[in-house]
Design a protein around this ligand. Structure first.
Ligand code: DQQ
Length: 546
């Protein structure tokens, strides 16, 4: 591998070269999955943006096509085709609404439809001659540089389509609502569907129903227009200021077209995130083939601009995640699509093994640079008592705790977990681990960290550790961790998908066959590995010929 290829992924989606950012218009059409994405055909940095396009039968292997949408309409998009979404119109006709950059560099919204509905690959797209359909005017006073990223539209019982556009006024983030009868003529509603002070620009909003009646083993997803009893709604926004995808669970009143976050829901950067690491501008779609909702998200670089430019490419997509409402009704659960498991090759396993205080054990026999690891830990009551006390009166910050206490700092209970992409001399490793704390009223609090502070001896990449508190009870539940390792990506799912952290790392020694995988326990208490499976992962075909 040349240096520019060292960090390329084997099963996370990426184009052969150049810049990629947001996933766009994901959908299923005639049994094929479509993914479009923001792409620079001319180089590894952001610019010249088109909608690059790939299709797949399984969401794992992908066939590239020519860009589906690219600047071509003077009034609508001559200076760029930015993010947007697909909607299935009656009769199974896909329609794409996207942001175009017009000759005055204003952000406007356009419509495109397939040129040939009998082509399952949907290679050619035709733009509506009425474009742009939504645009800033003196009357609506919308700021032309903060008006972008249409959602998938949904249809109300009144037969009217509704769509959201990201916006801000000063520091107030807003989800502007438009309505239409024919999908071409759109009228701005008097009020945004929702807004929140102090949150800054809302990019790439996403708004969809989730089922609140969870049946075991059946993670039913809902199509975007579903409303009614047993349905809650999720509003996700991408916060431009902090580059975090945050969401709230709430109620959508379609008669007033208002979304109200549930009581206690936190809005803005302190709210719930899809991922506590690198994951941005994400978008869900309803997979009608399997009755589930799937989330795509962009994993950006931790390299400096200079370094990703010399590497010749930038940006990766996370593994598509199934997404559904947790039984608490308070948060989402996310889990890698099961299709990814067909890339699993050689497996090593462990069960019922004590991971003694202070021990580190290599997991040999798998390709540690390209692996899927699923481990669950359990802690006995006698050991739980050794947990350190955490004072919650000053609202501890998870990310800060993870950077103050890295994997080398001994605690009462933990750190314990995985060291991935580790070099033999341990000069490089990324630690994904838990710490359990005692809090008031005989309760426990679990911290999950993805710490890349020692991931590389190269001082240049950003190595800020990430962290989150998990809503689990270690006294009655096992503590699970699933980590997908792919050359320069460490994508982790804590507590069966209650919290996710994705890290981008650039080791110099722990690459290819030289990378190692360990389980470790650097706490004073013992923990048990109730179960562990680790698989070498095969390479996906990301550039498959059709
Ligand atoms: N990326 C697009 C915008 C969007 C931003 C431009 C989010 O439409 O707001 O490439 O990453």
């Amino acid at each position: 591998k040349t240096p520019s290829q060292t960090y390329r992924t084997s099963f996370h989606f990426q184009p052969p070269k150049n810049w990629m950012n947001d996933p766009n218009g994901p959908m299923v059409y005639k049994g094929l999955y479509h993914l479009f994405y923001q792409y620079n055909p001319l180089g590894p940095d952001w610019g010249n943006i088109v909608w690059a396009h790939s299709t797949s039968t399984d969401l794992v292997n992908w066939t590239p096509h020519k860009p589906g949408i690219f600047p071509s309409q003077k009034k609508g998009d001559i200076n760029g085709c930015w993010s947007g979404s697909a909607t299935m119109l009656p009769g199974g006709v896909p329609a794409i609404l996207y942001t175009g950059i017009n000759p005055q560099n204003q952000q406007v919204q356009n419509l495109a439809k397939p040129a040939n509905l009998s082509d399952p690959y949907l290679i050619d797209w035709v733009k509506d001659t009425n474009n742009p359909l939504m645009y800033p005017t003196p009357a609506n006073r919308l700021n032309s540089s903060s008006f972008r990223d249409p959602t998938t539209a949904w249809k109300g019982p009144d037969g009217h389509w509704r769509v959201l556009i990201g916006n801000k006024v000063n520091r107030r983030g807003r989800a502007i609502l438009y309505r239409s009868k024919d999908f071409v003529h759109w009228i701005q509603a008097h009020h945004p569907l929702h807004s929140a002070e102090g949150t800054g620009m809302w990019e790439c909003p996403d708004f969809y129903p989730v089922s609140s009646s969870i049946r075991p083993g059946k993670n039913t997803g809902l199509d975007t227009s579903v409303i009614g009893v047993g349905v809650k709604h999720i509003l996700k926004v991408s916060l431009d200021d902090t580059k975090h995808d945050v969401y709230t669970v709430g109620k959508y009143d379609i008669s007033k077209d208002v979304f109200t976050p549930d009581k206690g829901a936190v809005e803005g950067d302190a709210g719930l995130r899809y991922d506590y690491g690198k994951f941005y501008a994400s978008k869900t779609f309803y997979d009608s083939l399997k009755g589930r909702r799937i989330l795509w998200g962009w994993i950006n670089e931790s390299l400096s601009k200079e370094d990703y430019i010399s590497q010749g490419w930038s940006g990766v997509q996370g593994i598509p995640r199934e997404i559904w409402l947790d039984k608490s009704g308070k948060q989402l659960i996310q889990w890698p699509i099961p299709e990814i498991e067909k890339l699993r090759g050689k497996k090593v396993g462990l069960a019922g093994k004590l991971l003694k205080a202070g021990s580190t054990q290599q997991v040999a026999g798998v390709t540690a640079s390209q692996a899927d690891v699923d481990v669950s830990f359990s802690v006995q009551l006698s050991e739980l008592k050794k947990a350190d006390y955490l004072d919650q009166t000053r609202r501890p910050d998870a990310q800060l705790l993870c950077s103050q206490k890295d994997a080398s700092i001994k605690g009462g209970l933990g750190p314990f977990g995985l060291k991935v992409l580790a070099s033999k001399d341990m000069k490089e490793y990324t630690a994904v681990f838990f710490r359990i704390f005692k809090v008031k009223n005989n309760k426990y609090k679990v911290l999950m960290c993805s710490d890349q502070s020692r991931s590389s001896i190269n001082p240049r990449p950003d190595k800020t550790p990430y962290g989150v508190f998990l809503d689990v009870d270690p006294l009655h539940e096992q503590l699970s961790l699933r980590t997908l390792i792919d050359q320069s990506i460490v994508e982790s799912f804590g507590a069966k998908g209650k919290a996710c952290i994705t890290s981008r790392v650039y080791p110099t020694k722990a690459i290819g066959d030289a990378a190692r995988l360990y389980v470790f326990n650097n706490g004073i208490a013992n923990v048990a590995i109730s179960n562990m499976s680790a698989w070498s992962m095969e390479r996906a075909l990301l550039d498959k010929k059709s």
